[in-house]
Design a protein around this ligand. Structure first.
Ligand SMILES: Nc1ncnc2c1ncn2[C@@H]1O[C@H](COP(=O)(O)OP(=O)(O)OP(=O)(O)O)[C@@H](O)[C@H]1O
Length: 282
């Protein structure tokens, strides 16, 4: 498997999975191994993509990180704590450190944008009104929705709804933001704007982003590291911007290389483009 780059390897991992295993009982009585003895480290501040074919185990792996799925075996460390050993109460507290967004936004339809974002702070019960007010405004500014506090989800576009979901996930100031296919319900222009916002957020507040996607362009635009899953196993992991390598073990790995190479060629001025192989011959 390709190694992570040195700079990333030096930072302490905020997420560490040790030989995690998850199986599901199927209606026909068989057992399906969705994630198979998988180990993974994600350094703090990383933007990390998880890709693979449908059914490879990407969403299950993501849900193991916040224990929405409890592993059958293995350990899940986030911020240095092994989540598998925590009591329900401790787990609830620790989950404040792990935000999550979903393909379908999952907003409260009868609540305003403000109340949606305030929700995780109110249920936790440890924040004053003034603190909640300041946090909600700060998070809405971060996603570019400062003017929409009193709108309802039905009045927003898909991209705006996903921004509200991001603001809500960030309100408890988590170290980690898990994203499960966050752009699948959005058109390509809205997707691009949302990815830029996620990248900005990562740079401004340093939150570690883990994103499951089936769109290679999402990996190319947003991620610094990518891991490729097949049949519940991590097959390879590499830095997206690393020079394309002949060692890629998967078709998806080679496709990401080709995308990065094409982007580099497109960034060159015209004459240099032809010297570098030219787009027409790609
Ligand atoms: N609760 C469950 N019960 C039974 N099988 C499940 C359950 N959750 C997931 N699976 C199965 O585990 C496998 C992996 O699912 P998962 O959703 O993690 O894959 P994925 O790579 O995210 O796929 P997709 O890109 O289609 O969402 C699939 O075959 C799925 O049907």
């Amino acid at each position: 498997m390709s190694s992570p780059p040195l700079a990333a390897a030096k930072k302490p991992p905020v997420i560490r999975l040790e030989s995690v295993q998850k199986s599901f009982a199927l209606p026909n009585g068989e057992v399906f191994d969705a994630v198979r003895s998988l180990s993974l480290e994600i350094p703090e501040g990383e933007v990390f993509g998880l890709i693979g074919k449908s059914g490879a185990g990407k969403s299950t792996l993501l849900r193991l990180i916040n224990l929405l799925e409890r592993p059958d075996a293995g350990k899940v460390f986030v911020g240095g704590r092994d989540l598998t050993t925590l009591s329900r109460r401790e787990l609830r507290d620790t989950r404040q450190n792990i935000g999550m967004i979903f393909q379908q936004f999952n907003l409260l339809q009868n609540a305003t944008v403000f109340d949606n974002v305030a929700f995780p702070l109110r249920i936790h019960g440890r924040h004053s009104r003034a603190e909640i007010d300041a946090r909600v405004r700060e998070c809405l500014e971060l996603v570019g929705l400062g003017e929409k506090s009193y709108s309802y989800p039905a009045q927003l576009s898909g991209g705006q709804k996903q921004r509200v979901a991001i603001a809500r996930a960030l309100a408890p100031r988590p170290q980690v933001l898990l994203c499960d296919e966050p752009t699948s319900a959005l058109d390509s222009e809205t997707t691009r704007a949302l990815l830029e916002t996620l990248r900005d957020i990562n740079q401004k507040i340093g939150v570690t982003i883990v994103i499951v996607t089936h769109e290679l362009s999402v990996v190319e635009v947003l991620c610094r590291q990518v891991a490729i899953l097949e049949l519940g196993r991590l097959i390879e992991q590499f830095a997206v911007d690393a020079a394309p390598s002949a060692e890629r073990e998967t078709v998806l790995g080679r496709e990401i290389d080709a995308l990065v190479r094409r982007r580099e060629r497109e960034a060159l001025p015209q004459p240099a483009r032809h010297a570098a192989g030219g787009l027409a011959y790609a």
